[in-house]
Design a protein around this ligand. Structure first.
Ligand SMILES: *Cc1c(COP(=O)(O)O)cnc(C)c1O
Length: 393
């Protein structure tokens, strides 16, 4: 591996030549079933013909013109996101952490506009992940990501994920918002009771706080509904999207209600690349597929059957996999042995997965997988478990 790259990743020594739906294929022709999806990004798999066509068409027209001009494809994507969510307005950027940054700025500006500039603190949760900027690592409060980067950005207080009592006690006169992932991804596919999410809405209403959901990983169809908040029958005031939104093209988005969005006027926030025509062509192509009436029901069907197979796997191999977590196709298997070992063994047998906190292996297949592909993945998970069984005999 080249020393010309900064050493910020513990990369696997594996590179690919091309992709085909849920498969990544090496130069040697080895096929890997991709249940990593570039960390929940390639929601429609690789080389999806509709996405490829949309990108190629736009690439031949023009790529970029900046937000100094209208970008009709962006207006269209925003209107579609608005039509299918709680939100009234959208701001496009290039990544998750930029959506987080925009959300945090919007929260402060909203209370400043209300004449309450002293309300600027945000309550977040232990185990959270919101990105790698100085503000985002302070928000998540994870020592692993903060070490060496002091002084830390002020304004965030963490409470235990899933604990409403602790959260209520953390609220002060300076609290502006509660910012959480409805399901924690990096933290280990930690899935709270839907009652907790409803409770968050209630607490925000009671104390006049903004509810901000980070759906960067759990949004865009991953849980079986377009957005995870729909599962709880409530809505946030502000939401961040990224990962699956561009199907592999970098797009982030900040969504908010009219009342909150009104705090951003010309000059308050901006981006050079965000929402450019290439990105918006990809985002609209993703929406074309996801909004097809058969799409989400199929995600639900395949996720139910995958879940059943994984529950069965854990019952048969509790010495290797101790627990299934998650919702839809945002799934986690908790390892009874180190997840790094399991991930390497799965990769050696042709299944790509991603690690997460609490010794979890994330299973993030593209949302287009078939029952047969889900079964193939479970076959590999099973063969790794059996290899451990033989090793123990
Ligand atoms: C990946 C992720 C982010 C950060 O997104 P980037 O595009 O890497 O900046 C933020 N929040 C959640 C929940 C994520 O999964």
């Amino acid at each position: 591996m080249s020393d010309a790259l900064m050493n910020t990743y513990a990369r696997a020594d594996l590179a690919f030549e091309r992709g085909e739906g849920p498969y990544l294929i090496t130069h040697e022709g080895d096929r890997y079933l991709d249940f990593a999806s570039g960390i929940a990004v390639t929601a429609l798999g690789h080389a999806h013909p509709h996405l490829v066509n949309a990108l190629q068409q736009q690439a031949a027209r023009f790529w970029h013109c900046s937000n100094l001009f209208r970008i009709p494809e962006g207006e269209r994507l925003a209107e579609r996101l608005v039509a299918h969510s709680f939100a009234d307005r959208v701001f496009f950027c290039n990544s998750g952490v930029e959506a987080f940054e925009a959300a945090t700025k919007l929260v402060r500006k909203y209370f400043d506009d209300k004449g309450e500039p002293d309300r600027w603190q945000v309550i977040t949760c232990n185990g959270a992940f919101h990105g790698r900027s100085l503000t985002a690592i302070a928000a998540a409060g994870n020592e692993k990501y903060m070490a060496g980067f002091a002084p830390h950005v002020p304004g965030f207080t963490q409470t235990a994920f899933g604990n409403l009592n602790e959260l209520r006690h953390a609220i002060t006169d300076e609290t502006a918002a509660i910012l959480v992932e409805p399901i924690q991804g990096e933290g280990g596919i930690r899935t709270p009771d839907l009652e907790y999410l409803r409770g968050l809405r209630q607490v925000c209403d009671e104390f006049g706080l903004l509810l901000v959901f980070d759906e960067i990983q759990c949004g865009m169809g991953r849980t079986g509904t377009l957005f995870a908040y729909e599962q709880a029958g409530i809505a946030p005031d502000v939401m961040m999207l990224a990962k699956g939104l561009g199907g592999g093209f970098p797009i982030g988005a900040l969504l908010a209600t009219e009342e909150v969005s009104a705090s951003f006027g010309p000059g308050n926030h901006g981006t050079t690349f965000g929402g450019n025509p290439l990105a918006m062509a990809c985002g609209n192509a993703v929406m074309d597929v996801m909004l097809d009436e058969g799409f989400l029901p199929q995600v639900k069907r395949v996720s139910h059957s995958l879940r059943e197979k994984l529950d069965d796997l854990v019952r048969r191999h509790p010495q290797v996999y101790s627990e299934v977590r998650g919702m839809g196709l945002l799934l986690g298997l908790r390892g009874a042995v180190p997840n790094t070992e399991l991930i390497a063994a799965l990769r050696a047998r042709g299944l790509l997965t991603v690690g997460a906190g609490e010794n979890v292996i994330r299973l993030l297949p593209p949302l287009i997988i078939t029952e047969a592909e889900a079964e193939a993945a479970v076959g590999i998970l099973n063969s790794v478990a059996e290899a451990y069984g033989h090793a123990a005999e």
